[in-house]
Design a protein around this ligand. Sequence first.
Ligand SMILES: *Cc1c(COP(=O)(O)O)cnc(C)c1O
Length: 304
Amino acid sequence: MLDPYEVSNQLLHHPLWENQTISITIKRLDMVHPLASGNKFYKLKYNLEAAKTEKKQCILTFGGAYSNHIYATAAACQAEGIRAIGIIRGEAHHPLNPTLHAASAMGMHLEYIDREKYREKKDPIFHQQLMEKLGDCYVLPEGGTNAFAIQGTAEILTENDEDFTHICTAIGTGGTFAGLAKSIKENQTLLGYSSLKGEFIHQEIKDLLENHNILPLGNARVIEDYHFGGYGKIKPELLDFVRWFYKEFNIPIEPIYTAKMIFGILDQLQKSEFPKGSKILILHTGGLQGLAGFNARYGTSLPL
Ligand SMILES: *Cc1c(COP(=O)(O)O)cnc(C)c1O
């Protein structure tokens, strides 16, 4: 089994919230494993177990060229001695970007699929075609969200976290949000900050919870106001925020998920949307591997 490292809760001091008698703590999931980091560690954990139980020699999954999920899958499979295949959206570009270079160096076989064909990523017939070519595999969806992933992310919160009034996470596919929704207590509110543009996310998360029979004990809410133009879209203000956060707290965050969420939380704080006395827990879901590729692509120098 993948061995987790100690995950610490770190209290953040700043007058912006302490003047409102609100506390903010950040859970450093980015430290849970040196390579298979963040929420992806939890999403992979039981999937790797299942692949072994099913005696599969290989895990096949899908992702974009900068995907944290691709990187984490490559790392976890290497740690567990399972073959990994990454079906990558779009054409190969050489030299490989830092994400794909690392995935390949960790032993993942990369297979590029054009954007049109890639849309069939959920189609079992397409999976069959891939396996005829590449061999029998345990198939993990893009982003890694399935029942085993939710079982894993339901373990992120522990009994030491029961005093927090608000639990905050970023949303991509919603697998992490779903696991948290399963594990929050009556007195807790779960806030999910969508990194994607559009109201569709509300229905998508509702369906995800229903399909997995999740009835949260507390409150669970999706916030769609802080996507900054959509998935992977960025604005100078957001990059400034990443730098500001690092300067204040010495904690690196990335602009695709965690920076958007934390920016949102601080904006809500400024609008007094959290009651006095709130104890907020922010999940640092990792994704820092993407920063090197981000900097290379956009010519930025975000702190790693
Ligand atoms: C994948 C990812 C998310 C989103 O997780 P989902 O379970 O897909 O919602 C959030 N933060 C980071 C850093 C990620 O890599």
